[in-house]
Ligand binder design. Structure first.
Ligand code: SF4
Length: 353
């Protein structure tokens, strides 16, 4: 079968939503080459194998969050030296979105460090969504927990995606966050779905969890029905002052395993390399693409942590022969200069994935 960027996948096995923990753990236990072969084979049945989608993420309200997510420098509970910023003006956000589009992004994600949005703030976010959408970009926001009526308002503004991560396994979750429950998160996801907005939902690895927790996270995601359309996988970026500073890091091989298992469990979804790419070698990222990652955050800041320089990303994609979905190819984007940097400020591993 043809296997280049122009090939259109054909045969597609049915999606499953009944994965057991033992089945997911058995995938993790496969020899690395067998796991990658399985993931790549399935990937080709659902996606163009040499294509990646670019999303750009902007922090539209930074810091002073009342939640206690142990990985997050935006929590008001940790001394991280983060500069707080109130909700940005709509025009500032639209300017950043224009720049992201010029640099090849097809989706613009806006993250606010809130437990949940207040109705008066939502009005400004709705204006941002309308403005970004009018540019022809897909829109995504992450604003914390959402009530049904708030999800409907965002849907009415034309929101395409809502990001809300499950973070980790249900068993490990209590070690990471105490101010909202796993059930709260599932409720928000259900409210988003009910409003007809697509779901962006993933998690964070490298938080000191066991492999069984990583399996538990992916099992939860894969048993959502429908699967999240977009699955961001973050490798913890440790920030001084947060409780997870000093956690054991995962290593590239295990990270790639996570990507491969996510691809096998949710073959039709976009699996996104999110936080942690700056510290990853080109080789680890190349393996992650082979394992089925087909989306990245693009732009030199990811909320408040560093993301790879645009030039490094463009060079890597060109080297791998990977094309970007939609507007601008990496080589053309190279002429357009730097990506979105306006006001981007919190942990790549905040609620925004
Ligand atoms: S991850 Fe989100 S909810 Fe948690 S502290 Fe950070 S900004 Fe707040």
């Amino acid at each position: 079968m043809a296997a280049d960027a122009s090939s259109v996948p054909t045969s597609q096995p049915a999606l499953r939503h009944d994965w057991t923990r033992a089945e997911v753990e058995a995938l993790f236990a496969l020899p690395f080459n067998d796991l990658l072969f399985q993931a790549q084979s399935l990937h080709r049945q659902y996606h163009r194998p040499n294509s990646v989608q670019l999303s750009t993420l902007l922090s539209i309200k930074t810091g002073a969050c009342p939640e206690d997510c142990a990985y997050c420098p935006q929590s008001v509970r940790f001394e991280t030296g983060l500069k707080k910023e109130p909700l940005l003006d709509v025009e500032v956000v639209l300017e950043a979105a224009r720049e992201a589009k010029d640099n090849g992004a097809t989706r613009f994600c806006m993250g606010a460090a809130w437990r949940s949005p207040k109705d008066r703030d939502l009005e400004r976010v709705e204006a941002m969504v309308r403005g970004v959408k009018a540019m022809g970009l897909e829109t995504c926001v992450t604003l914390g927990m959402l009530k049904p009526a708030q999800a409907e308002r965002l849907a009415g503004a034309g929101l395409d995606y809502y990001n809300h991560n499950l973070d980790t396994s249900p068993e490990y979750y209590g070690k990471i966050i105490s101010t909202r429950t796993y059930e709260d998160r599932l409720d928000t996801l259900a409210n988003v779905r009910a409003a007809g907005v697509k779901v962006c939902c993933g998690g964070i690895v490298g938080m000191g969890e066991e492999q069984s927790d990583r399996a538990g996270l992916l099992q939860q995601l894969a048993n959502l029905s429908p699967h999240p359309e977009s699955v961001p996988i973050n490798d913890l970026v440790q920030v001084a002052g947060t409780p997870l500073k000093g956690a054991d890091s995962l290593g590239g091989i295990e990270f790639v395993r996570v990507i491969a298992v996510a691809r096998i469990l949710m073959p039709a979804s976009y699996v996104r390399l999110s936080a942690g790419r700056t510290a990853m070698s080109d080789e680890t990222q190349a393996l992650a693409f082979f394992a089925g990652a087909n989306s990245i955050f693009y732009g030199e800041k990811l909320l408040t942590t560093e993301n790879p320089q645009n030039a490094r990303d463009r060079a890597l994609l060109v080297q791998l022969g990977i094309q970007t979905e939609g507007a601008v190819a990496p080589s053309a984007a190279a002429e357009a200069g730097a990506g979105c940097g306006a006001g981007a400020a919190a942990a790549a591993t905040s609620c925004c994935g």
